[in-house]
Design a protein around this ligand. Structure first.
Ligand SMILES: [Fe+2]
Ligand SMILES: [Fe+2]
Length: 159
């Protein structure tokens, strides 16, 4: 980021960078978990659930990329070692059901992850308010996506 770009951020950016790195890891985990779930899902409605999960997985990868770009703009670094990604993530456990034909169970695990993402972006909004407008706007955009994801998942579960 350039001189003027840094000047408009009037605070210690360490907490923001730390929150961004964790969110970056969360999005990678969501990308990976949703794609994996799409591949193992079996049963009557599995193709529909799998195609939703694949599309969602791609969206979460886009989120991770956007956050990664912002981290670099702020002068931060991305974890170079893949094994650090699960450790950095806020969300550690993706609670898949025992049976891969339990599609509702799979969707419930996704719903939990989406709700955790909503909390993550709400917190990012709070710590960037009046301090780092560019990250704040990114958090708004991502929050809107996660709210949409939550609703879509709730509708599929039918609760
Ligand atoms: Fe996301
Ligand atoms: Fe999402």
């Amino acid at each position: 980021m350039g001189k003027k770009g840094r000047e408009i951020i009037e605070i210690d950016i360490k907490p923001i960078l730390s929150a961004l790195r964790s969110a970056y890891a969360d999005e990678w985990m969501a990308h990976y978990n949703y794609l994996h779930a799409a591949q193992i899902a079996t049963g009557l409605n599995a193709p529909q659930v799998a195609s939703m999960l694949k599309a969602r997985s791609a969206d979460e990868l886009t989120h991770s990329t956007l956050i990664g770009e912002r981290i670099l703009e702020l002068g931060g670094t991305l974890p170079a070692d893949w094994s650090d990604i699960p450790k950095l993530a806020n969300s550690r456990k993706f609670d898949l059901p025992k049976s891969a034909s339990d599609l509702k169970g799979i969707l419930k695990a996704v719903l939990k992850a989406e709700r955790e993402a909503i909390d993550v972006y709400k917190k990012l909004l709070a710590i960037t308010l009046h301090k780092d407008t560019v990250t704040h706007e990114l958090a708004e955009e991502l929050l809107a996506d996660e709210v949409r994801d939550e609703e879509e998942t709730e509708n599929l579960i039918g609760e």
